[in-house]
Ligand binder design. Structure first.
Ligand code: NAP
Length: 264
């Protein structure tokens, strides 16, 4: 094993609540047996504090990531990037294969419509922006800062862009406003938000997960439609789990294997 005294060094490709929860629980359970390094792309201006080590910024493609994994003598790679991250899961798969490091994809399950939901499925954020004025006049848009610029050119509708911070958002004007907030959000607060801004349409990506599902429950409760952007690509092949608990089981097995190796 690479870390000092047989400590298992794990790189977690983060930017998600799952990555955070994985590191927090893994450290609580395994303490000094692991050395987790969370990697962030650096999109959020002031990311919330994380336990363990943190590095920020791209690697320079799959070869850069493979080089980093070797240079840091990394033992395991957990790719917990967002379900809408288009490149990193592929880079992670390639780099792990090249470096001979076990990799796990942690990707939460998508949301599914229930009784009372009025979802319109769309292939891209761009498509959602194009058809927005056909579905509502006052839209709450929660697609992340990176793709929010697509809503800057819409005419004939009042747009509320919700994001963690204003970095990358198109500038505010009378018919385009920012709502800066970091999840998780609860149902009561989401209902209040819809009422406060008299929202008649929700635009979102099918990110899945509990932290931001309340907006969909609120939309269902007040009967407004949802423009739901589908996930971009089929999942990367290879080991994949949908929950933090399953990822922690995978880690526990790797630690058990390590203990057996050390004893033999
Ligand atoms: P992406 O298209 O897969 O990534 C673009 C580039 O950003 C990658 O090629 C990589 O640069 C760098 N990168 C991405 N994730 C990284 C990480 N965890 N650590 C270091 N570098 C990283 O992903 P994206 O959609 O731009 O998202 C960027 C980050 O925001 C991801 O970490 C993701 O988990 C998080 N996020 C994304 C969304 C979303 O809707 N897309 C939502 C919430 C959070 P190099 O090629 O130079 O290594």
């Amino acid at each position: 094993m690479s870390g000092p005294g047989g400590v298992l060094r794990i790189v977690i490709l983060g930017g998600t609540g799952e990555a955070r929860s994985f590191v927090e629980t893994a450290l609580a359970r395994h303490g000094p047996a692991i050395d987790p390094i969370t990697s962030l792309a650096g999109r959020t201006q002031a990311p919330a504090a994380l336990p363990g080590r943190v590095r920020i910024g791209g690697f320079g493609g799959p070869a850069g990531l493979a080089g980093y994994l070797r240079a840091e003598a990394v033992d395991l790679l957990v790719d917990a990037t967002h379900p809408f991250a288009r490149h990193m899961p592929h880079h992670a798969a390639e780099a792990a294969a090249e470096s001979g490091i076990p990799r796990l994809r942690l990707e939460r399950a998508p949301w599914r419509p229930g009784i009372g939901d009025r979802w319109h499925s769309l292939k891209s954020v761009e498509a959602a922006a194009e058809c927005l004025p056909d579905h509502g006049r006052r839209a709450l848009v929660t697609v992340g800062a990176q793709e929010a610029t697509r809503f800057a050119a819409i005419e004939g509708a009042q747009i509320y862009l919700r994001a963690i911070d204003a970095a990358g958002l198109p500038p505010e004007r009378a018919d385009l406003r920012h709502i800066l907030a970091r999840g998780p959000f609860d149902l009561e607060a989401e209902r209040a938000l819809l009422a406060q801004y008299r929202i008649d349409l929700l635009v979102t990506k099918n990110s899945g997960g509990a932290a931001t599902v309340a907006k969909l429950e609120a939309a269902r409760a007040v009967g407004i439609p949802v423009l739901m952007v589908d996930r971009p690509t089929p999942p990367v092949p290879g080991p994949r789990v949908e929950t933090v608990a399953a990822a922690l089981d995978w880690l526990a097995k790797r630690l058990e294997e390590r203990r057996r190796d050390v004893m033999n």
